[in-house]
Design a protein around this ligand. Structure first.
Ligand SMILES: [Zn+2]
Length: 192
């Protein structure tokens, strides 16, 4: 049976559960964990196993076409289904952020990137099936030379090209995207 303290903790955070609270048993020796804490690494006293719950890493692009407009997508899936977003996605093990971004842009909007320049990073969370995963988003400013080849593919309901000066960051799906848009707009005249 799970310990009373563990079940109390699960109830308290059940609507926004951190991945660390799901580790009820040691994955190496199987001993039940007695005192979970969302902010601490998993430590198993009996066998010494130690596991850190680091954020997943994602990359997203403010993608500019030759006319200076930027590509935005409408998200086809939760979280934030129907909201405006930037194309991008999670980085696979062994990929660089740049490789992941080029792959995600092909998969989501059928576009090949030309230039790619790091803008900023922002912490984020990603809620899926009642688990809230910590994420670190890496934002890039990218360009494509063939905007007419854009298509709404994987996880994309539709796409649009907008003046990045005129986009209200509040319309974007995630707080991290809103902050990145602020960073881009503040630096737009001098840097991009
Ligand atoms: Zn163990």
């Amino acid at each position: 049976m799970p310990s009373v303290s563990f079940m109390r903790m699960v109830r308290l955070v059940s609507l926004a559960m951190q991945p660390s609270l799901i580790f009820r048993f040691c994955p190496r020796c199987g001993v039940e964990r007695s005192m979970p804490a969302a902010s601490e690494p998993f430590r198993c006293a009996p066998c010494g196993f130690l596991f850190f719950f680091n954020p997943a890493v994602a990359a997203a692009a403010i993608l500019l076409g030759p006319d200076g407009r930027a590509l935005f997508i409408r998200r086809a899936k939760e979280p934030s289904k129907g909201m405006l977003g930037m194309a991008g996605g999670f980085i696979d093990i062994g990929e660089t952020a740049e490789q992941a971004l080029r792959r995600e842009l092909r998969e989501e909007v059928n576009l090949e990137l030309e230039s790619l320049r790091f803008l900023c990073s922002q912490p984020n969370t990603y809620s899926y099936q009642e688990v809230t995963y910590p994420v670190l988003d890496l934002f890039f400013v990218a360009t494509t030379l063939k905007p007419a080849e854009a298509a709404a593919l994987d996880a994309v309901e539709s796409y649009c090209w907008l003046d990045p000066h005129a986009v209200d960051p509040a319309e974007l799906a995630f707080p991290s995207m809103r902050e990145a848009m602020h960073v881009f707009q503040r630096g737009l005249q001098s840097s991009f």
